[in-house]
Design a protein around this ligand. Structure first.
Ligand SMILES: Cc1ncc(COP(=O)(O)O)c(C=O)c1O
Length: 377
């Protein structure tokens, strides 16, 4: 029997009621998309991230693509063959969005301490035809080297976008994830720290990108009331029921993050005594939402077998990796692969993600640790 699941979505009874009441309201009014709850969600999310604009869309995949299209030019031509540096150890959608926007992904290696891009791993793949960088805050951890990456992009005349799909509420210093680059993209897929069912959000301080994003998400229409299609947009809209769910989960986000941080603090403390497993550390001045609690196993351990034993013998489910296989090894991206990326190949194969979710108890965390002490030590 499973004692500790890998993850769990939490909607408290009062939140379910709050959501149901408002869904009743929009069902009655018939205003089921692009209505007042979408706007309210956008305003609350912009405030939460400390940015000027937030634009709600139907996924974290479309939010990346819209940002890339909006940046790329005023006539909807997309990236038009330009290269964009992305980490090899990210979700499929980060690189796929580059391709869908007309660009060419260039895979960069990861930094072993943070699982993020570093100035060195980016510089190693820079060529004159690179237009920009999409960095990803893996597991919700904002790298201590983020300001250096921002400076590198500035110095080289590149734009920097954050795929902050994992990082709602994470920060470094006074800057929240999503607010470092020209724009940030969030996902509200149900596995994330907060969800709207399905959904995504673009955040930016750039008025032009915000304006373009509004056009792109609604079929490239000049405005809601005009049928002039001025961009090659799509149906990337967020519905009102999704916005209502997201709005409520956003209100709960600080408490849900606090729950995750409490579990992480127990892991941090206890894993100091383990020799064969090394957790990632949050940098000084950083706040992590712990979308994932990432730890690296020493070499030569069979992760699949370990996961099986933890599940079968101890009732502990580890969550999905971030990521199991780097993107330059994925069949669909073979044409963009350009040689070995040693850190990504090594660490994608050798890390685990310990269970962490809001509502998880200290007893759950101790059970995970006991199982790990028996199996990994
Ligand atoms: C890093 C990253 N980018 C993009 C996405 C895509 O988000 P969505 O599933 O909302 O399209 C996800 C998650 O699913 C993700 O983890």
């Amino acid at each position: 029997m499973m004692k500790v699941p890998a993850a769990k979505i939490q909607f408290l009874p009062e939140d379910r009621q709050w959501i149901a009441d408002r869904i009743q309201e929009v069902l009655e009014s018939g205003q089921l998309t692009l209505g007042k709850y979408g706007k309210e969600f956008e305003q609350a999310f912009a405030k939460f991230c400390g940015v000027k604009h937030a634009i709600a869309v139907n996924s974290g995949t479309s939010s990346i693509e819209i940002i890339l299209r909006a940046i790329a030019g005023p006539h909807g031509q997309g990236l038009a063959g330009k290269k964009v540096v992305v980490p090899a150890n990210t979700f499929f959608a980060t690189a796929a969005a580059v391709v869908h926007a007309g660009g060419v992904p260039v895979f960069a290696d990861m930094d072993a301490e943070t699982f993020a891009l570093s100035p060195e791993t980016v510089e190693a793949v820079l060529t004159p035809d690179v237009a920009g960088i999409v960095t990803v805050h893996i597991g919700g951890l904002v790298s201590a080297r983020m300001p250096e990456l921002v400076a590198l992009a500035e110095a080289k005349g590149l734009w920097l976008v954050e795929d902050a799909a994992h990082a709602h509420g994470s920060s470094l210093g006074a800057v929240k994830a999503g607010a470092f680059g020209v724009a940030g993209s969030f996902s509200f897929y149900p596995t994330k720290v907060m969800t709207s069912g399905e959904g995504g959000m673009i955040v930016t301080n750039d008025d032009r990108i915000a304006e373009e994003a509004l056009i792109y998400r609604d079929q490239g229409k000049k405005s809601f009331y005009e049928n002039a299609h001025v961009r090659l947009g799509y149906n990337w809209r967020m519905s009102e029921p999704h916005a209502i769910i997201g709005l409520r989960h956003l209100a709960r986000l600080p408490a849900m993050i606090a729950d995750r941080q409490a579990v992480a603090a127990i892991y941090d403390e206890e894993l100091k005594g383990f020799e064969n497993i090394r957790p990632l550390r949050v940098p000084e001045g950083g706040v992590c939402n712990y979308y994932k609690y990432i730890a690296v196993l020493d070499g030569g351990r069979d992760r699949k077998a370990l996961k099986g034993i933890l599940r079968e013998k101890y009732g502990v489910a580890l969550s999905g990796e971030v990521y199991e296989e780097p993107l330059h090894k994925q069949p669909v991206f073979q044409q963009y692969a350009a040689g070995a990326l040693p850190a990504a190949e090594d660490l994608c194969a050798r890390h685990v993600c310990l269970p962490v979710f809001s509502g998880m108890t200290e007893a759950d965390a101790r059970l995970v640790l006991e199982a790990l002490a028996d199996t990994v030590g």
